[in-house]
Design a protein. Structure first.
Length: 109
Protein backbone atom coordinates (compact mmCIF):
# COMPACT_ATOMS: atom_id res chain seq x y z
CA UNK A 1 0.00 0.00 0.00
CA UNK A 2 1.13 3.51 -0.79
CA UNK A 3 0.48 6.37 1.65
CA UNK A 4 1.40 9.90 0.58
CA UNK A 5 0.60 12.95 2.67
CA UNK A 6 0.39 16.31 0.98
CA UNK A 7 -1.36 19.63 0.86
CA UNK A 8 -4.16 20.63 -1.47
CA UNK A 9 -5.39 24.21 -1.24
CA UNK A 10 -4.37 24.42 2.43
CA UNK A 11 -5.85 21.05 3.42
CA UNK A 12 -4.08 17.87 4.49
CA UNK A 13 -4.61 15.10 1.95
CA UNK A 14 -3.73 11.44 2.46
CA UNK A 15 -3.44 9.76 -0.94
CA UNK A 16 -3.69 5.99 -0.79
CA UNK A 17 -2.81 3.32 -3.32
CA UNK A 18 -3.11 -0.44 -3.47
CA UNK A 19 -4.86 -2.62 -0.92
CA UNK A 20 -6.08 -1.40 2.47
CA UNK A 21 -6.34 -4.67 4.37
CA UNK A 22 -5.39 -6.42 7.61
CA UNK A 23 -1.73 -6.38 6.58
CA UNK A 24 -1.54 -2.68 5.68
CA UNK A 25 -4.14 -1.16 8.03
CA UNK A 26 -1.80 -0.94 11.06
CA UNK A 27 0.60 1.29 9.10
CA UNK A 28 -2.29 3.43 7.85
CA UNK A 29 -3.76 3.64 11.36
CA UNK A 30 -0.50 4.92 12.82
CA UNK A 31 -0.09 7.49 10.05
CA UNK A 32 -3.66 8.75 10.49
CA UNK A 33 -3.33 9.00 14.26
CA UNK A 34 -0.12 11.03 13.92
CA UNK A 35 -1.93 13.43 11.58
CA UNK A 36 -5.04 13.59 13.77
CA UNK A 37 -2.94 14.47 16.84
CA UNK A 38 -2.11 17.71 14.99
CA UNK A 39 -5.88 18.40 14.98
CA UNK A 40 -6.36 19.36 11.35
CA UNK A 41 -9.68 21.08 10.71
CA UNK A 42 -10.13 18.88 7.64
CA UNK A 43 -8.40 15.65 6.61
CA UNK A 44 -9.14 14.39 3.10
CA UNK A 45 -8.42 10.81 2.11
CA UNK A 46 -7.94 10.35 -1.65
CA UNK A 47 -8.94 6.81 -2.64
CA UNK A 48 -8.17 7.27 -6.35
CA UNK A 49 -5.57 4.47 -6.45
CA UNK A 50 -7.11 2.08 -3.90
CA UNK A 51 -7.88 -1.31 -5.42
CA UNK A 52 -9.30 -3.08 -2.35
CA UNK A 53 -10.44 -2.39 1.22
CA UNK A 54 -11.50 -4.87 3.89
CA UNK A 55 -13.15 -4.53 7.29
CA UNK A 56 -9.87 -3.74 9.05
CA UNK A 57 -9.32 -0.83 6.66
CA UNK A 58 -12.82 0.44 7.29
CA UNK A 59 -12.31 0.07 11.06
CA UNK A 60 -9.19 2.21 10.77
CA UNK A 61 -11.24 5.03 9.24
CA UNK A 62 -14.04 4.62 11.80
CA UNK A 63 -11.44 5.07 14.54
CA UNK A 64 -9.99 8.12 12.80
CA UNK A 65 -13.44 9.66 12.43
CA UNK A 66 -14.16 9.06 16.12
CA UNK A 67 -10.96 10.86 17.13
CA UNK A 68 -11.62 13.77 14.78
CA UNK A 69 -15.16 14.26 16.06
CA UNK A 70 -13.79 14.93 19.56
CA UNK A 71 -12.52 18.31 18.33
CA UNK A 72 -15.04 18.88 15.50
CA UNK A 73 -12.56 17.95 12.76
CA UNK A 74 -13.80 16.66 9.42
CA UNK A 75 -12.69 13.43 7.79
CA UNK A 76 -13.60 13.45 4.12
CA UNK A 77 -13.14 10.84 1.40
CA UNK A 78 -12.68 11.67 -2.28
CA UNK A 79 -12.13 9.97 -5.62
CA UNK A 80 -13.50 6.60 -4.44
CA UNK A 81 -13.46 3.98 -7.24
CA UNK A 82 -16.83 2.39 -8.02
CA UNK A 83 -15.93 -1.02 -6.58
CA UNK A 84 -14.84 0.52 -3.27
CA UNK A 85 -17.87 2.83 -3.23
CA UNK A 86 -20.14 -0.20 -3.49
CA UNK A 87 -18.67 -1.50 -0.22
CA UNK A 88 -19.37 1.81 1.53
CA UNK A 89 -22.91 1.94 0.10
CA UNK A 90 -23.77 -1.68 0.85
CA UNK A 91 -22.64 -1.31 4.45
CA UNK A 92 -24.43 2.06 4.76
CA UNK A 93 -21.10 3.71 5.63
CA UNK A 94 -21.77 6.24 2.89
CA UNK A 95 -24.12 7.78 5.49
CA UNK A 96 -21.40 7.80 8.18
CA UNK A 97 -18.49 9.23 6.22
CA UNK A 98 -18.43 12.48 4.29
CA UNK A 99 -17.86 11.27 0.73
CA UNK A 100 -17.00 13.70 -2.05
CA UNK A 101 -16.52 13.03 -5.74
CA UNK A 102 -13.35 15.07 -6.12
CA UNK A 103 -10.73 16.88 -4.04
CA UNK A 104 -12.16 20.20 -5.21
CA UNK A 105 -15.62 19.17 -4.00
CA UNK A 106 -14.19 18.20 -0.60
CA UNK A 107 -12.38 21.53 -0.25
CA UNK A 108 -15.46 23.53 -1.27
CA UNK A 109 -17.72 21.95 1.36
Amino acid sequence: MKIDVGDYKGNTVVSLGGEVDMHTSPVLREKLLVLIREKPRRLIVDFREVSYIDSSGIATFVEGLKHMKTYNGRLQFSEIPQGIMEIFSFSKLDKVFEICGTLDEAVSR
